[in-house]
Ligand binder design. Structure first.
Ligand code: KG4
Ligand code: ZN
Length: 339
């Protein structure tokens, strides 16, 4: 399948959190993908500061868009078919910068504007790297704010199979990293520390691993805090490795169970946590055990980027049409599901 094959060349804009991103996508081909991370601006505070993020997007967005167009070899006045931007979920001040800019650019260049759901963008990331996916696939979508198991029956057709009842997986990585003093963003910091640690050093709980397809990570986070208080001499590397192993075990057990339950023809990962090496390896191993292909987006397509937004926008434009120019940003936007 070619994601959004008929929409032509689409400029994607992503500003939902702390990455300012723009990309040019043409069918399944990513002509450019520019991501300007604000990590350095937020690191001193141990997490994303919404006000700082919004202001930084304002400064960075137009240079990032210009670079994406230049690298993609695109003359916007003549070559573009649409401008797509993330309209939610995310930080309202950050979303508004991208949405307003995208509408203004679409008006100036006289092309349609397409408002894209950030979560749907993550689901499209795997399609860019694996255009031949056979449906349905079960996608484990694990980001900073969401943890969902979705049966994807095709673009635009999503069934929710399970989700977190409390913290998102990425949130758990970020909170444990902050507690251990490993820095922000927590996921990559935990993965780095864990590579020098023993995943069996601590027997952390695997919450709800044996039943259902929902997740819970708040107990695991608390277990880490208690374990470190009991053993203050414990090596961060061992705590990080044991924590990461507990998260990976639960995520992959449920991914495999969900795939079996819906008769999936493949497994996918999406979202920032899907950049995690041990999670990718465990998902690939589980897929092999089930005799199914694993369609893992590249690491760069897992974390926030605008190519996935352009790809989702291209499909949306072709199948549902453009978005009205009065489309607002919605910080709590949900993924549209089929019953
Ligand atoms: O999808 P994403 O870039 O932004 C959101 O939509 O939230 O996901 C960000 C989350 C953060 O919680 C970050 O710590 C986590 O993804 N993350 C990772 C890794 N890289 C990013 N978690 C585990 N291992 C990684 N390598
Ligand atoms: Zn994201």
């Amino acid at each position: 399948m070619t994601p959004g094959g008929g929409a032509g060349t689409v400029l994607g804009i992503e500003t939902s959190c702390d990455e300012t991103a723009a990309a040019v996508v043409d069918g399944a081909s990513v002509r450019s993908s520019v991501v300007s991370s604000q990590v350095d601006l937020h690191a001193a505070y141990g997490g994303v500061v919404p006000e700082i993020a919004g202001r930084a997007h304002l400064e960075l967005l137009i240079p990032v868009v210009a670079e994406a167009l230049a690298r993609g070899g695109v003359s916007p006045a003549t070559d573009l078919g649409a401008v797509a931007a993330t309209v939610g979920p995310g930080l309202i001040g950050s979303l508004l910068v991208g949405v307003s800019a995208a509408k203004a650019l679409a008006l100036v260049w006289d092309v349609p504007f397409v408002g894209v759901n950030h979560l749907e963008g993550h689901l499209f990331a795997a399609l860019l790297d694996h255009p031949g996916i056979e449906w349905p696939v079960v996608v484990l979508l694990v980001s900073g704010g969401h943890t969902m198991l979705v049966s994807m029956e095709g673009p635009g057709r999503y069934r929710l199979l399970g989700q977190t009842l409390d913290d998102a997986a990425g949130e758990a990585f970020d909170k444990v990293a902050r507690f251990l003093g490993l820095g922000y963003p927590g996921g990559p910091a935990i993965e780095r520390a864990a590579s020098g640690g023993d995943p069996a050093a601590f027997a952390f709980p695997r919450a709800m691993a044996v039943d259902g397809l929902d997740f819970s990570f708040s107990g695991l986070k608390t277990a880490v805090v208690h374990a470190v208080r009991r053993r203050p001499d414990a090596r961060d590397e061992d705590v990080a490795a044991s924590f990461q192993q507990a998260v990976v075990d639960v995520l992959v057990a449920k991914l495999a169970r969900a795939a079996a339950a819906v008769g999936a023809r493949g497994l996918c990962l999406a979202g920032g946590v899907a950049a995690n090496g041990p999670l990718r390896a465990a998902a690939a191993e589980a897929a092999e055990g089930l005799g199914l292909p694993a369609s893992l987006p590249s690491r760069a397509m897992c974390t926030d980027n605008a190519a996935m937004i352009a790809a989702a926008g291209a499909w949306q434009l072709e199948h549902l049409g453009p978005s009205p120019l009065d489309t607002g940003a919605d910080p709590n936007l949900r993924l549209a599901l089929i019953a």
